[in-house]
Design a binder for this molecule. Structure first.
Ligand SMILES: Cc1cc2nc3c(=O)[nH]c(=O)nc-3n(C[C@H](O)[C@H](O)[C@H](O)COP(=O)(O)O)c2cc1C
Length: 391
């Protein structure tokens, strides 16, 4: 497809051409040389949409735009949406950077945490609009380094790096940068514009789930493996809590916990559970029901041994779900165990994994006007049946 890129920044154009190879991007100079674009709004999304809509109005062609900014915690999130004009309406990168350094020179390095955020948008002449957001955590350094970026790049060191954004080559940077993440998600939405068709899904729901999980890992900020686990006691009383998906294969969904916790007791009395995943960046939900079995202690031990020492000691220190009188009691037990144990920490007999073997897996894709798509897989003797449910 063709679209106009709503920016005159050649660095951005270069980045976006690499990130959206399936879109043939025309420049603003080619199609609307006299058009001026403003960023008058107070969110990245409104500015990105505002610019794209202005280009669509002027050209009747589809338009791609983005807005991004640097949010510094010690400055209450400034410069944020004002990043490009932090030191004045037409301030250069150099002048903006100078102001940033002046504002932060008395702030200790460990408090100069920040994040870049970007919202990318595409607007079509028929009024359809898609947006996607990406962010990248980091910290500000006062000494600017590198010429491989623009904006505040010479002063921003991304998490896990020692180089500034200005020192990291573009192809490498696009893998984790705010703009890279926003446009990859936009590309995903362009390829699968939020619909779920019987012809799009594979016959095996676990394989289908694996695809959606990979999409979520790529685009869902936070914890894409988090799921709500609902259980019910013998008397039918339900309870729910979050746990982390720690294993997935043909047999089902694995999580680890304390077998004597509330959920553990429920599952002993009634080995049935429901799981719910929600990935808001993709407007997707997956609901699972199934039978629950314990992993073997060898399987649990293998996972337990891979955990950091603090988590392993924590499993010994916490009698999960029991009432304790003070936090101190827990912390003291943790310290005492820490000093007693060497590196070889055995698997607690009451701790381990559960596997939910699914009977049903429902994939839910949000769509406009609440006409969402819902496809439910139900296990039969030796296969799966797929049915569409009304939203
Ligand atoms: C994002 C998130 C992930 C969690 N992951 C786990 C987990 O994998 N295993 C676990 O036992 N508890 C986990 N917890 C804590 C549980 O939600 C819960 O507090 C704990 O397991 C006790 O639940 P219960 O009293 O209902 O048995 C997690 C909490 C959050 C918010």
């Amino acid at each position: 497809m063709r679209a106009v890129f709503a920016s005159r920044n050649p660095h951005k154009l270069d980045q976006v051409r690499r990130l959206l190879p399936e879109v043939e991007l025309a420049t603003l100079d080619d199609v609307a040389p006299d058009l001026t674009l403003d960023e008058p709004f107070d969110t990245y999304e409104s500015n990105a949409l505002g610019k794209a809509r202005a280009v669509v109005d002027a050209t009747r062609l589809a338009a791609v735009a983005d807005d991004s900014g640097l949010e510094v915690d010690a400055l209450g999130g400034a410069p944020g949406v004002m990043s490009a004009r932090y030191a004045g309406a037409r301030a250069s990168d150099e002048v903006n950077n100078r102001k940033l350094v002046e504002q932060l020179h008395t702030v200790p390095e460990e408090e100069r945490t920040c994040r870049y955020r970007c919202v990318a948008a595409i607007v079509y002449p028929d009024g359809r609009e898609l947006t996607a957001e990406g962010s990248c955590e980091g910290r500000v350094v006062l000494e600017g380094r590198g010429t491989l970026g623009f904006g505040y790049d010479p002063h921003v060191v991304p998490e896990g790096e020692t180089r500034t954004m200005g020192e990291i080559p573009l192809d490498e940077k696009l893998r984790f940068s705010h703009r890279g993440r926003a446009y990859r998600l936009l590309a995903q939405k362009l390829a699968h514009p939020g619909s779920l068709d019987e012809s799009d899904v594979v016959a095996n729901p676990l394989e289908q789930f694996g695809k959606w999980l990979r999409d979520a890992i790529e685009s869902q900020p936070g914890e894409p493996h988090a799921m709500t686990l609902a259980t019910a006691a013998r008397d039918g009383k339900p309870s729910a809590r979050m746990v982390l998906l720690r294993g997935l294969d043909e047999r089902g969904f694995v999580f680890y916990t304390n077998y004597e916790s509330r959920k553990g007791k429920d599952l002993t009395e009634n080995p049935q559970a429901a799981l719910v995943f929600y990935w808001n960046a993709l407007d997707r939900q997956v609901c699972i029901t199934g039978r629950v079995t314990k992993l073997t202690s060898e399987e649990s031990k293998r996972y337990f041994d891979s955990r950091p020492i603090g988590s392993r000691i924590g499993a010994w220190a916490s009698h999960q779900s029991r009432i304790i009188s003070t936090r101190r009691e827990l912390v003291d037990r943790f310290r005492e165990l820490m000093s007693r144990h060497g590196l070889d920490i055995p698997l607690p007999p009451y701790w381990g994994g559960y596997r939910v073997t699914p009977d049903t897996i429902e994939f839910w894709q949000g769509r406009p006007n609440r006409l969402h798509d819902r496809l439910r897989y139900t296990r039969t003797e030796n296969d799966w049946v797929i049915e569409r449910l009304s939203p």
